[in-house]
Design a protein around this ligand. Structure first.
Ligand code: SP5
Ligand code: ZN
Length: 345
Protein backbone atom coordinates (compact mmCIF):
# COMPACT_ATOMS: atom_id res chain seq x y z
CA UNK A 1 0.00 0.00 0.00
CA UNK A 2 1.21 3.51 -0.71
CA UNK A 3 1.95 5.47 2.46
CA UNK A 4 1.78 9.24 1.96
CA UNK A 5 3.78 11.16 4.55
CA UNK A 6 3.87 14.71 5.89
CA UNK A 7 7.59 14.94 6.71
CA UNK A 8 7.51 18.15 8.78
CA UNK A 9 4.64 17.11 11.07
CA UNK A 10 6.95 17.38 14.11
CA UNK A 11 7.00 21.18 13.85
CA UNK A 12 3.55 21.27 15.46
CA UNK A 13 2.94 20.13 19.02
CA UNK A 14 0.20 22.05 20.76
CA UNK A 15 -0.85 22.34 24.37
CA UNK A 16 -4.15 21.47 26.00
CA UNK A 17 -5.99 22.01 29.24
CA UNK A 18 -5.93 18.77 31.22
CA UNK A 19 -6.70 18.21 34.89
CA UNK A 20 -6.80 21.94 35.46
CA UNK A 21 -3.42 22.69 33.92
CA UNK A 22 -2.07 23.56 30.51
CA UNK A 23 0.05 20.59 29.41
CA UNK A 24 1.75 19.40 26.23
CA UNK A 25 -0.92 17.72 24.12
CA UNK A 26 -1.41 13.96 24.03
CA UNK A 27 -1.39 14.53 20.27
CA UNK A 28 2.41 14.52 19.91
CA UNK A 29 5.02 14.07 17.13
CA UNK A 30 6.17 10.74 18.57
CA UNK A 31 2.84 9.24 17.47
CA UNK A 32 3.70 9.35 13.79
CA UNK A 33 7.32 8.36 14.44
CA UNK A 34 5.97 5.18 16.04
CA UNK A 35 3.59 4.44 13.19
CA UNK A 36 6.39 4.87 10.67
CA UNK A 37 8.69 2.61 12.68
CA UNK A 38 6.05 -0.12 12.95
CA UNK A 39 5.30 -0.02 9.22
CA UNK A 40 8.98 -0.07 8.26
CA UNK A 41 9.65 -2.92 10.72
CA UNK A 42 7.26 -5.17 8.84
CA UNK A 43 8.37 -3.85 5.45
CA UNK A 44 4.87 -2.48 4.85
CA UNK A 45 4.16 -0.11 2.00
CA UNK A 46 6.01 2.31 -0.22
CA UNK A 47 6.54 5.76 1.26
CA UNK A 48 6.04 8.98 -0.69
CA UNK A 49 5.67 12.58 0.52
CA UNK A 50 2.55 14.71 0.10
CA UNK A 51 2.54 17.47 -2.51
CA UNK A 52 1.47 21.10 -1.97
CA UNK A 53 -2.31 21.23 -1.94
CA UNK A 54 -4.47 23.11 -4.40
CA UNK A 55 -6.32 25.77 -2.34
CA UNK A 56 -9.57 24.56 -3.93
CA UNK A 57 -9.21 21.30 -2.01
CA UNK A 58 -9.34 23.33 1.20
CA UNK A 59 -12.07 25.77 0.18
CA UNK A 60 -14.36 22.85 -0.57
CA UNK A 61 -14.44 21.87 3.08
CA UNK A 62 -13.60 25.05 5.05
CA UNK A 63 -14.74 28.65 4.78
CA UNK A 64 -12.29 31.21 3.39
CA UNK A 65 -12.78 33.28 6.52
CA UNK A 66 -11.71 30.32 8.69
CA UNK A 67 -8.68 29.49 6.56
CA UNK A 68 -7.58 33.15 6.61
CA UNK A 69 -8.05 33.16 10.36
CA UNK A 70 -5.92 30.01 10.84
CA UNK A 71 -3.20 31.33 8.53
CA UNK A 72 -2.82 34.58 10.47
CA UNK A 73 -3.87 33.63 14.02
CA UNK A 74 -0.39 33.11 15.45
CA UNK A 75 1.19 36.33 14.17
CA UNK A 76 -1.89 38.26 15.28
CA UNK A 77 -1.65 36.64 18.72
CA UNK A 78 1.97 37.78 18.98
CA UNK A 79 1.25 41.23 17.59
CA UNK A 80 -1.39 41.63 20.28
CA UNK A 81 1.35 41.11 22.87
CA UNK A 82 0.60 37.49 23.81
CA UNK A 83 3.16 34.75 24.29
CA UNK A 84 2.95 30.93 24.33
CA UNK A 85 0.42 28.99 22.28
CA UNK A 86 -2.65 30.82 20.98
CA UNK A 87 -5.60 29.38 22.89
CA UNK A 88 -9.16 30.47 23.38
CA UNK A 89 -10.69 30.95 26.79
CA UNK A 90 -14.12 32.33 25.89
CA UNK A 91 -16.66 30.72 23.57
CA UNK A 92 -20.03 31.86 22.21
CA UNK A 93 -22.38 30.70 24.91
CA UNK A 94 -25.97 29.43 24.57
CA UNK A 95 -28.57 32.00 23.66
CA UNK A 96 -26.17 34.67 22.49
CA UNK A 97 -26.09 35.90 18.95
CA UNK A 98 -22.78 34.36 17.82
CA UNK A 99 -21.38 37.45 16.21
CA UNK A 100 -17.75 37.32 15.16
CA UNK A 101 -15.65 39.65 17.31
CA UNK A 102 -12.65 41.55 15.96
CA UNK A 103 -9.95 40.75 18.52
CA UNK A 104 -7.69 37.74 18.18
CA UNK A 105 -8.69 36.25 21.53
CA UNK A 106 -12.38 36.58 20.65
CA UNK A 107 -11.85 35.08 17.20
CA UNK A 108 -9.98 32.14 18.76
CA UNK A 109 -13.18 31.45 20.67
CA UNK A 110 -15.39 31.99 17.62
CA UNK A 111 -13.35 29.57 15.51
CA UNK A 112 -12.88 26.78 18.08
CA UNK A 113 -15.04 24.62 20.29
CA UNK A 114 -12.66 23.01 22.79
CA UNK A 115 -9.76 23.87 25.10
CA UNK A 116 -7.72 20.83 24.04
CA UNK A 117 -6.40 22.61 20.99
CA UNK A 118 -3.95 25.48 20.60
CA UNK A 119 -2.30 27.25 17.69
CA UNK A 120 1.52 27.23 17.66
CA UNK A 121 3.74 29.17 15.24
CA UNK A 122 3.76 26.27 12.73
CA UNK A 123 0.30 24.81 13.28
CA UNK A 124 -1.21 26.17 10.08
CA UNK A 125 1.62 25.01 7.82
CA UNK A 126 1.74 21.55 9.38
CA UNK A 127 -2.06 21.14 9.25
CA UNK A 128 -2.06 22.13 5.57
CA UNK A 129 0.76 19.68 4.83
CA UNK A 130 -1.28 16.92 6.49
CA UNK A 131 -4.31 17.77 4.37
CA UNK A 132 -2.08 17.76 1.29
CA UNK A 133 -0.93 14.23 2.08
CA UNK A 134 -4.53 13.11 2.65
CA UNK A 135 -5.65 14.59 -0.66
CA UNK A 136 -2.72 12.98 -2.46
CA UNK A 137 -3.55 9.62 -0.88
CA UNK A 138 -7.15 10.01 -2.08
CA UNK A 139 -6.07 10.85 -5.63
CA UNK A 140 -3.70 7.90 -5.75
CA UNK A 141 -6.42 5.40 -4.88
CA UNK A 142 -7.59 5.76 -8.48
CA UNK A 143 -4.52 3.96 -9.75
CA UNK A 144 -3.42 2.18 -6.57
CA UNK A 145 -6.74 1.02 -5.17
CA UNK A 146 -5.72 2.01 -1.64
CA UNK A 147 -3.39 4.39 0.18
CA UNK A 148 -2.66 5.52 3.72
CA UNK A 149 -2.13 9.17 4.72
CA UNK A 150 0.24 8.94 7.68
CA UNK A 151 -0.52 12.41 9.03
CA UNK A 152 -0.91 14.53 12.12
CA UNK A 153 -2.46 16.67 13.46
CA UNK A 154 -5.67 14.71 13.01
CA UNK A 155 -8.66 16.30 11.29
CA UNK A 156 -12.03 14.70 11.95
CA UNK A 157 -13.14 17.14 14.67
CA UNK A 158 -12.48 20.24 12.52
CA UNK A 159 -15.77 21.67 11.22
CA UNK A 160 -16.23 24.03 8.31
CA UNK A 161 -15.07 26.94 10.47
CA UNK A 162 -13.92 25.66 13.86
CA UNK A 163 -10.90 23.83 15.24
CA UNK A 164 -10.99 21.57 18.30
CA UNK A 165 -10.20 18.05 19.45
CA UNK A 166 -6.56 18.42 18.28
CA UNK A 167 -7.87 19.07 14.73
CA UNK A 168 -7.56 22.17 12.50
CA UNK A 169 -8.04 21.09 8.86
CA UNK A 170 -10.35 18.16 8.18
CA UNK A 171 -8.03 15.81 6.30
CA UNK A 172 -10.60 13.05 5.86
CA UNK A 173 -13.19 15.49 4.50
CA UNK A 174 -10.68 16.97 2.06
CA UNK A 175 -9.82 13.43 0.92
CA UNK A 176 -13.50 12.58 0.40
CA UNK A 177 -14.07 15.74 -1.62
CA UNK A 178 -11.01 14.94 -3.75
CA UNK A 179 -12.42 11.47 -4.53
CA UNK A 180 -15.64 13.12 -5.73
CA UNK A 181 -13.75 15.67 -7.80
CA UNK A 182 -11.75 12.83 -9.35
CA UNK A 183 -14.98 11.23 -10.56
CA UNK A 184 -16.54 9.18 -7.77
CA UNK A 185 -20.33 9.48 -7.67
CA UNK A 186 -20.79 8.95 -3.97
CA UNK A 187 -18.09 8.69 -1.32
CA UNK A 188 -18.37 7.23 2.17
CA UNK A 189 -16.39 8.37 5.17
CA UNK A 190 -16.19 5.60 7.75
CA UNK A 191 -14.90 7.01 11.04
CA UNK A 192 -13.57 4.35 13.41
CA UNK A 193 -11.81 6.74 15.82
CA UNK A 194 -12.97 6.38 19.45
CA UNK A 195 -14.42 9.91 19.27
CA UNK A 196 -17.32 11.08 17.13
CA UNK A 197 -16.21 12.65 13.83
CA UNK A 198 -18.22 15.80 14.39
CA UNK A 199 -16.28 17.90 11.92
CA UNK A 200 -16.78 15.53 9.01
CA UNK A 201 -20.45 15.21 9.94
CA UNK A 202 -20.78 19.00 9.99
CA UNK A 203 -19.10 19.52 6.62
CA UNK A 204 -21.31 17.04 4.75
CA UNK A 205 -24.47 17.25 6.86
CA UNK A 206 -26.70 18.68 4.13
CA UNK A 207 -25.27 16.59 1.28
CA UNK A 208 -25.98 13.14 -0.09
CA UNK A 209 -22.86 12.76 -2.26
CA UNK A 210 -20.74 12.10 0.82
CA UNK A 211 -22.22 9.57 3.22
CA UNK A 212 -20.76 9.82 6.74
CA UNK A 213 -20.77 7.11 9.38
CA UNK A 214 -19.05 7.23 12.77
CA UNK A 215 -18.59 4.52 15.42
CA UNK A 216 -17.67 6.16 18.72
CA UNK A 217 -18.08 6.58 22.44
CA UNK A 218 -21.52 7.80 23.50
CA UNK A 219 -21.11 11.60 23.56
CA UNK A 220 -23.26 11.90 26.68
CA UNK A 221 -20.18 10.70 28.54
CA UNK A 222 -17.29 11.61 26.30
CA UNK A 223 -15.73 14.25 24.05
CA UNK A 224 -16.99 15.89 21.81
CA UNK A 225 -20.00 15.94 24.20
CA UNK A 226 -22.40 17.95 22.06
CA UNK A 227 -22.44 15.93 18.84
CA UNK A 228 -22.57 12.28 17.84
CA UNK A 229 -26.03 11.15 18.93
CA UNK A 230 -27.91 8.55 16.92
CA UNK A 231 -30.71 10.98 16.07
CA UNK A 232 -28.32 13.17 14.03
CA UNK A 233 -29.12 11.76 10.60
CA UNK A 234 -28.51 14.72 8.25
CA UNK A 235 -30.62 17.58 6.88
CA UNK A 236 -32.06 18.63 3.53
CA UNK A 237 -30.66 16.46 0.74
CA UNK A 238 -28.31 14.95 3.32
CA UNK A 239 -31.20 13.54 5.36
CA UNK A 240 -30.41 9.88 5.96
CA UNK A 241 -26.80 10.23 4.76
CA UNK A 242 -25.24 10.40 8.24
CA UNK A 243 -25.19 7.43 10.60
CA UNK A 244 -23.94 7.71 14.17
CA UNK A 245 -23.29 4.54 16.15
CA UNK A 246 -22.58 5.61 19.74
CA UNK A 247 -21.36 2.83 22.04
CA UNK A 248 -21.16 2.63 25.84
CA UNK A 249 -18.12 2.97 28.06
CA UNK A 250 -16.07 -0.24 28.14
CA UNK A 251 -17.17 -1.46 24.69
CA UNK A 252 -15.13 -4.48 23.57
CA UNK A 253 -14.50 -6.03 20.19
CA UNK A 254 -17.71 -8.11 19.96
CA UNK A 255 -20.00 -5.11 20.34
CA UNK A 256 -17.69 -2.90 18.32
CA UNK A 257 -17.67 -5.39 15.42
CA UNK A 258 -21.47 -5.51 15.39
CA UNK A 259 -21.43 -1.72 14.99
CA UNK A 260 -18.88 -2.06 12.19
CA UNK A 261 -21.13 -4.55 10.40
CA UNK A 262 -24.02 -2.06 10.68
CA UNK A 263 -21.77 0.69 9.32
CA UNK A 264 -20.54 -1.42 6.40
CA UNK A 265 -24.10 -2.41 5.49
CA UNK A 266 -25.15 1.25 5.58
CA UNK A 267 -22.28 2.23 3.28
CA UNK A 268 -22.95 -0.70 0.96
CA UNK A 269 -26.64 0.21 0.68
CA UNK A 270 -25.72 3.81 -0.18
CA UNK A 271 -23.82 2.48 -3.21
CA UNK A 272 -20.64 4.41 -2.56
CA UNK A 273 -17.90 3.97 -5.14
CA UNK A 274 -15.01 5.23 -2.97
CA UNK A 275 -14.20 5.17 0.73
CA UNK A 276 -12.26 7.24 3.24
CA UNK A 277 -11.46 5.54 6.54
CA UNK A 278 -10.87 8.04 9.35
CA UNK A 279 -8.46 5.73 11.13
CA UNK A 280 -8.20 6.37 14.85
CA UNK A 281 -6.99 3.58 17.09
CA UNK A 282 -7.83 5.27 20.40
CA UNK A 283 -10.31 2.37 20.80
CA UNK A 284 -7.29 0.45 22.18
CA UNK A 285 -7.70 -0.96 25.70
CA UNK A 286 -4.79 0.99 27.18
CA UNK A 287 -5.38 4.33 25.45
CA UNK A 288 -4.75 7.05 28.05
CA UNK A 289 -7.82 9.18 27.23
CA UNK A 290 -10.34 6.53 26.13
CA UNK A 291 -12.25 3.62 27.64
CA UNK A 292 -12.97 0.99 24.97
CA UNK A 293 -11.24 -2.37 25.35
CA UNK A 294 -10.05 -3.44 21.89
CA UNK A 295 -6.79 -5.39 21.88
CA UNK A 296 -3.99 -5.34 19.31
CA UNK A 297 -5.16 -8.73 18.00
CA UNK A 298 -8.50 -7.15 17.02
CA UNK A 299 -7.19 -4.63 14.48
CA UNK A 300 -6.32 -6.89 11.52
CA UNK A 301 -9.89 -8.22 11.47
CA UNK A 302 -11.21 -4.66 11.30
CA UNK A 303 -9.05 -3.98 8.24
CA UNK A 304 -10.17 -7.23 6.63
CA UNK A 305 -13.86 -6.39 7.19
CA UNK A 306 -13.43 -2.95 5.63
CA UNK A 307 -11.74 -4.51 2.58
CA UNK A 308 -14.98 -6.32 1.80
CA UNK A 309 -16.56 -3.07 0.58
CA UNK A 310 -14.22 -3.55 -2.40
CA UNK A 311 -13.97 0.11 -3.42
CA UNK A 312 -10.94 2.44 -3.72
CA UNK A 313 -10.00 3.24 -0.13
CA UNK A 314 -7.97 6.05 1.43
CA UNK A 315 -7.02 5.58 5.08
CA UNK A 316 -6.37 8.83 6.92
CA UNK A 317 -4.68 8.82 10.33
CA UNK A 318 -6.79 10.29 13.14
CA UNK A 319 -6.38 9.60 16.90
CA UNK A 320 -4.70 7.05 19.16
CA UNK A 321 -2.62 8.16 22.14
CA UNK A 322 -0.86 5.18 23.64
CA UNK A 323 2.16 5.95 21.55
CA UNK A 324 3.92 2.64 22.16
CA UNK A 325 1.03 0.62 20.75
CA UNK A 326 -0.05 3.01 18.02
CA UNK A 327 2.25 1.64 15.35
CA UNK A 328 1.32 -1.97 16.03
CA UNK A 329 -2.40 -1.20 15.93
CA UNK A 330 -2.32 0.94 12.78
CA UNK A 331 -0.12 -1.65 11.05
CA UNK A 332 -2.66 -4.26 12.14
CA UNK A 333 -5.59 -2.52 10.41
CA UNK A 334 -3.63 -1.79 7.24
CA UNK A 335 -2.06 -5.22 6.89
CA UNK A 336 -5.39 -6.92 7.65
CA UNK A 337 -6.97 -4.81 4.90
CA UNK A 338 -4.20 -5.57 2.44
CA UNK A 339 -4.18 -9.30 3.15
CA UNK A 340 -7.94 -9.48 2.58
CA UNK A 341 -7.67 -7.45 -0.64
CA UNK A 342 -4.89 -9.63 -1.97
CA UNK A 343 -6.84 -12.76 -1.13
CA UNK A 344 -9.83 -11.23 -2.91
CA UNK A 345 -12.20 -11.83 -0.03
C1 SP5 B 1 -8.58 13.15 17.04
C2 SP5 B 1 -8.92 12.84 18.46
O1 SP5 B 1 -8.86 11.68 18.85
N1 SP5 B 1 -9.21 13.86 19.26
C3 SP5 B 1 -9.56 13.67 20.62
C4 SP5 B 1 -9.61 14.93 21.36
C5 SP5 B 1 -9.93 14.70 22.81
N2 SP5 B 1 -9.64 15.84 23.56
C6 SP5 B 1 -10.25 15.89 24.85
C7 SP5 B 1 -9.40 15.19 25.84
C8 SP5 B 1 -10.14 14.96 27.09
C9 SP5 B 1 -9.33 14.02 27.92
N3 SP5 B 1 -10.12 13.38 28.90
C10 SP5 B 1 -9.30 12.40 29.56
C11 SP5 B 1 -10.04 11.50 30.48
C12 SP5 B 1 -9.04 10.54 31.04
N4 SP5 B 1 -9.65 9.61 31.91
ZN1 ZN C 1 -10.15 10.15 18.92
Amino acid sequence: MLVVTSPDHGRHHGSEIYNGAVVRSFECPERIAQVERALRDIGFGRFIAGKPINPRDLLNVHSRQYLDFLATAYPRWQAAGHTGDAMAHTWPARAVDSRRPNGIVGQLGFHSFAADCAITPNTFDVAIAGASAAVRAASLTRTEGQAFAMVRPPGHHATRDQFGGYCYINNSAAAAQRLLDDGAHRVAVLDVDYHHGNGTQDIFYARSDVVTCSIHADPSGQFPWFFGYAEETGVESGEGANLNLPLPRGTGIAQWRRALDTALAFIDTAQCDALVVALGVDTFEHDPISDFTLSSADYPGIGAAIAQLAVPTAFVMEGGYLTDALGRNVAGVLSGFEAARTAGV
